[in-house]
Design a protein around this ligand. Structure first.
Ligand code: HPA
Length: 248
């Protein structure tokens, strides 16, 4: 059986999966790191592949950008295809001064302006979106083994890339701070647009989820990693994700 969004049959997708947003990143991961790779879907050019990493079956599925697109793929991966370990490998915008361009950030927790948590719990509670601790611990250990420094903490997952959080000053009545400054004061490291859905759907399905990101741009300094340099930092993060995905 396949779905309207994914051409794979049940059994084509491994229990361990990496989730980049960009289909060409999925292709790059499959071609660079996996062996015996098979393309199982190209519906909408959103590619998904299964291959082996160090002899263990691993898939890589592109998700598109933002919570709605991401949620369609990930809901089906968990509920139709039986995927058990899901690791997002994405990019993020740095917000905190301790987070530098090209750093690898791991989301221990996710704060969000999206209504998805409210849609599930109806406002009864503010459910905490957290990483699976087992995957988080393994990722930190693997990063150390690979000599890749990581920053672990809380991130914000937003619904709007072009939000006005950084230029609406004084919305908290003190005439000074933008929402972004307040988020940083409360320890938010970086911004991206999908991981709230990963942690919510993983919790709902009783499976393991973790979000890793490279800092592609910085909201404080307005620096950006040039496109030709993005692959190197991206690959360091992918190695951490793959080593973590194949452990038991
Ligand atoms: N904002 C939201 N998502 C992102 C960003 C950003 O600046 N950079 C990479 N993903």
């Amino acid at each position: 059986m396949s779905t309207p969004h994914n051409a794979a049959n049940v059994g084509d997708i491994a229990e361990r999966i990496l989730l980049p947003g960009d289909p060409l990143r999925a292709k790059h991961i499959a071609e660079t790191f996996l062996e015996g790779t098979k393309l199982y879907t190209d519906i909408r050019n959103v590619y998904g592949y299964t291959g082996k990493y160090k002899g263990i079956p691993v898939s890589v599925q592109a998700t598109g950008m933002g919570i709605p697109s991401f949620s369609i793929y990930v809901h089906e991966l968990i509920n139709v295809y039986g995927v058990k370990k899901l690791i997002r490998v994405g990019s993020c915008g740095g917000m905190h001064k301790d987070v530098k361009l090209r750093d690898v950030v791991i989301a221990q927790g996710v704060t969000t302006d999206s209504s998805i948590v409210h849609q599930v719990f109806g406002g009864a509670v503010n459910y905490a979106l957290i990483a699976n601790f087992d995957l988080l611990e393994k990722a930190v250990i693997n990063a150390k083994k690979l000599n890749t420094p990581v920053k672990v903490g809380n991130i914000i997952c937003t619904d709007r890339f072009y939000n006005d959080y950084y230029d609406v000053n004084g919305i908290f009545g003190d005439g000074k701070r933008s929402l972004n400054e307040k988020l940083v004061q409360y320890g938010i490291l970086a911004v991206e647009m999908e991981t709230a859905a990963l942690y919510l759907l993983a919790a709902q399905g009783g499976v393991q989820g973790l979000g890793l990101f490279t800092v592609s741009d910085h909201l404080l300094t307005h620096e950006e990693v040039p496109p030709h340099e993005r692959e190197t930092t991206f690959d360091d993060m992918v190695k951490i994700a793959l080593e973590t995905a194949i452990e038991n």
